[in-house]
Design a protein around this ligand. Structure first.
Ligand code: MRU
Length: 351
C-alpha cells in the first residue's frame, strides 16, 4: 500500500479512486493531520481498510466493496464473503455486494468468464458515479427544508468522505449553504473515534462553511439555549418502518430534538434503506474493540484494567424523525408507506 494523492474526479472530491488496476482510498484514520492514499491491490487490502475505518461511512463502504469485488474477481465467492464480514450495520455493503454477485452469476451463466473483471469494473464505476449523483439529489431535496439564518447540528461524518463524494447530511448542508439558507453548523465531535472532530470539520473547512466543534455532551446545552434550528445526520441502515441506525450518539440527539421541538432529519440514499429489515430491533449493531474507548491518540485514558463497552451505532425510532431526505425525495411519516411508495416509484426490484 503506497502513497499517492490522486486528485479530484470530474464530479468533485471523492475519497475513492480507481487507478492503474488498484483501488486508492484516502486513509481517514490519519485525517486531518495527514492526507495519505492507500493503494489496495487485493480484496484483503480493501477488507482491512474497511475494518480499520480507513474507508468508512455506509455509502463509501459499499463503493469500496464494489471495487473490492473487481480485485477479487479470480475467486469471487471468497472475496464476497470476506468483504461482507467486515462491518455488519451499514447495509450499503450488502446492497453493493449482492448487486456484484448477481452480475457475476449472469456472466457465468452466459459463459462470459473472460469479460467478468471488465464487467465488474464498469459496474463498480457506475455504483461510484451513481452514489455521487444520488447525493446531489439528496442535497437539492434537502435544502428546501432550511431557512435563512438556520444553525444546524450534525453528528459523526456524513460528508464526501463517508460516500463516493458530496455527502448525504453534509451534502444537504452544502446545498442549503449555497442557497443562502444556512448560517452555520455545530459539529458533534463523535467519541470514541472523533469522526466529527477529525473529518466533518476538515470537510466544512474545505467548503468554507462556518462551523463550530462541540463535545458530544454539549449538544443538550446548545439546543436548550435555542442555538440549533435544524438537525441533520446520515444513516447506516434504515429499516422498513423508518427506524434509523446511525453512529452511536445519534439517538440522544434525536431525543433532545423532540424535547426542544427541533426538526430532526436523516439524509440517506434509497440504498441505505433495508426493506428486508422490519424495524430497528432487527438491525445488527456493530460492537467494536473496547480498546478504542480506553485509548485516545495512542495514549491510555483509563486505568489498566478498566472494562469498557464500544457500541458503534444506535437506533433512533422513526417517531423521532421529522423526515427522511432521500435521492427520491423527502419522505414523511408514516414511513412504512412513504418508503414503500418511494421504491415503487423508482420502479426497482433492488432491495
Ligand atoms: O463508523 P463509521 O464512521 O463508518 O460511521 C459512519 C456513520 O455513522 C455515518 O453517519 C453513516 O454511515 C452515514 S455516511 C453518509
Amino acid at each position: 500500500m503506497a502513497v499517492e494523492p490522486p486528485g479530484a474526479t470530474e464530479q468533485g472530491f471523492s475519497p475513492i479512486r480507481w487507478s492503474d488496476d488498484a483501488l486508492l482510498l484516502l486513509d481517514q484514520t490519519l485525517l486531518p493531520e495527514q492526507e495519505v492514499w492507500l493503494r489496495c491491490r487485493r480484496p484483503e487490502d480493501v477488507a482491512e481498510a474497511i475494518r480499520r475505518l480507513s474507508v468508512r461511512g455506509a455509502p463509501a463502504i459499499g463503493v469500496a466493496a464494489a471495487y473490492g469485488l473487481v480485485l477479487g474477481a479470480g475467486d469471487f465467492a471468497a472475496a464476497y464473503e470476506l468483504l461482507l464480514a467486515t462491518r455488519p450495520t451499514a447495509v450499503n455493503l450488502r446492497w453493493a455486494l449482492d448487486q456484484g454477485r448477481a452480475l457475476h452469476e449472469r456472466s457465468v451463466e452466459a459463459g462470459e468468464r473472460e469479460e467478468l473483471r471488465e464487467r465488474l469494473l464498469d459496474w463498480a464505476r457506475n455504483v461510484h458515479r451513481e452514489d455521487i449523483a444520488a447525493n446531489r439529489r439528496i442535497g437539492k431535496f434537502g435544502r428546501g427544508l432550511f431557512e435563512e439564518g438556520d444553525r444546524v447540528l450534525t453528528h459523526c461524518n456524513a460528508g464526501a468522505l463517508a460516500t463516493a463524494g458530496y455527502g448525504t447530511a453534509i451534502g444537504v448542508v452544502e446545498a442549503a449553504w449555497s442557497a443562502g439558507r444556512l448560517a452555520s453548523v455545530w459539529v458533534d465531535e463523535t467519541r470514541p473515534l472523533l469522526q466529527g472532530s477529525r473529518l466533518t470539520t476538515w470537510e466544512l473547512g474545505r467548503l468554507e462553511i462556518p462551523h463550530r466543534l462541540i463535545t458530544d455532551n454539549s449538544a443538550g446545552a446548545i439546543i436548550a439555549r435555542g442555538w440549533v434550528q435544524k438537525i441533520v445526520v446520515g444513516a447506516d441502515r434504515i429499516a422498513a418502518n423508518g427506524d434509523v441506525a446511525n453512529k452511536v450518539g445519534t439517538y440522544p440527539v434525536a431525543v433532545l430534538a423532540a424535547r426542544h421541538g427541533v426538526p430532526f432529519y436523516v439524509a440517506a440514499p434509497l440504498s441505505t434503506i433495508d426493506r428486508d429489515t422490519a424495524s430497528g430491533a432487527d438491525i445488527p449493531i456493530e460492537e467494536r474493540d473496547a480498546e478504542e474507548v480506553v485509548h485516545a491518540f495512542g495514549k491510555r485514558i483509563a486505568p489498566q484494567d478498566t472494562e469498557a463497552l464500544n457500541i458503534a451505532f444506535d437506533v433512533t425510532p422513526a417517531e423521532l424523525v421529522a423526515a427522511l431526505i432521500t435521492d427520491a425525495g423527502v419522505l414523511r411519516p408514516p414511513y412504512g408507506e412513504s418508503i414503500a411508495s418511494a421504491f415503487r416509484d423508482r420502479g426497482t426490484a433492488a432491495r
